[in-house]
Design a protein around this ligand. Structure first.
Ligand SMILES: *Cc1c(COP(=O)(O)O)cnc(C)c1O
Ligand code: SF4
Length: 340
């Protein structure tokens, strides 16, 4: 099986790849972000404070898609630490979607029938301020060899699980060698028919789409589904589009999920442009998530009434296949809850 060769090949390679260098070079210091984008220094002290709770990570490839000096830029907004994050709100929680209760083995969440989600890594190529896992105890979920085996044993013995989601963090922050190991082990479990990757890496680090990655996907016995994460059409530039167009033939379906975010994409016109830009890049919209109520993200919330109005406008403006499903994740429910 070619993926076994890949495991070997990468185990012996020590050179960091270009995407790994891009990841290392991401901006992690608020001052640097402020300087690079000419942001007002009055906002810096609170940003530093907020970044202590959830560090900033902004890849340089994203900077080029932002407008300088504009704190309302829709991409910047997603990664910009603000004073509002420091406010605690009684209806916001550290684990809003019940991930800890759904953990059936270390790093393995089994919430829904037929599908299980593996937290393969805590690392991401970008830190989105609204991330629902910003408070998830990744360090505890980090998989050593024993824990990984416990997760695989669980998947092996539960034959109702036909789809495994690789998530995180971002599973594409793993090296191709590490990913190849996961693919090899999951492909060895007969009842696993689909492997789904939830990743933002092709958007924020387009050079992550390496020929080796594409080969790994093509060689998978189980069908591969990729769900990327784009919230605004400005995130799709020529390089990103090229990365997505390379991914498309290497998987069975290439979908997008977005989060409905105040100040980023809470207008139907913005979402219409997003769906059209995604389609041009060979991606179909899947979910539009109502924000998970994680502590520190309340300033991104959009009221359900407003969300439903936006959806009605979208349905009127777009072909049905370009309209994402508006959903909310509720702890303890058997599926994501549609908002109609
Ligand atoms: C969202 C999610 C899934 C996938 O749900 P779909 O509706 O199939 O996209 C699976 N497991 C967990 C834990 C999830 O949070
Ligand atoms: S890429 Fe996804 S998991 Fe990573 S910080 Fe953003 S929302 Fe969270």
């Amino acid at each position: 099986m070619p993926s076994a060769q890949l495991v070997q090949q990468y185990a012996s390679s020590t050179e960091p790849e270009s995407w790994q260098r891009s990841l290392q070079q991401a901006i992690r210091d608020p001052i640097e972000l402020w300087q690079a984008l000419d942001l007002p220094f009055t906002l810096l002290p609170a940003a530093k404070q907020a970044a202590k709770q959830f560090p900033i990570v902004v890849p340089r490839a994203l900077l080029t898609r932002m407008r300088k000096g504009d704190v309302d830029d829709p991409i910047l907004r997603q990664v910009l630490p603000l004073a509002a994050e420091l406010e605690t709100s009684s209806s916001y929680f550290s684990d809003p979607v019940g991930d800890l209760a759904a953990q059936v083995a270390p790093g393995l969440l089994h919430k829904y029938h037929g599908r299980a989600l593996l937290v393969t890594t805590g690392a991401c190529g970008v830190h989105c301020r609204y991330c629902f896992r910003r408070e998830f105890p990744y360090v505890d979920a980090k998989l050593g060899r024993h824990q990984r085996q416990a997760a695989l044993d669980y998947l092996q013995q539960d034959t109702s699980i036909t789809e495994v989601l690789l998530s995180g963090g971002d599973p594409l922050s793993l090296t191709d060698g590490k990913l190849a190991e996961w693919f090899e082990q999951l492909n060895a479990i007969e009842h696993v028919q689909r492997i789904r990757l939830h990743t933002r890496q092709p958007i924020v680090l387009p050079n992550r789409v390496t020929p080796e990655l594409l080969q790994l996907l093509v060689d998978s016995r189980a069908s591969v589904v990729i769900v990327v994460h784009v919230n605004h059409a400005n995130e799709l530039d020529r390089t990103t589009e090229a990365a997505l167009q390379k991914l498309r033939p290497a998987c069975k379906a290439l979908l997008n999920q977005s989060v409905l975010l105040a100040g980023v994409n809470d207008r139907s016109q913005t979402l219409r442009q997003l769906s059209e830009a995604l389609f041009a890049a060979d991606v179909l919209p899947y979910y539009l998530h109502q924000l998970d109520k994680v502590q520190g993200a309340a300033h991104f919330a959009v009221d359900d009434d407003v969300a439903l109005q936006i959806m009605a406008e979208l349905r009127a403006d777009l072909p049905g296949y370009l309209v994402p499903k508006l959903v909310q994740e509720q702890a303890g429910e058997p599926a994501k809850t549609p908002l109609l």
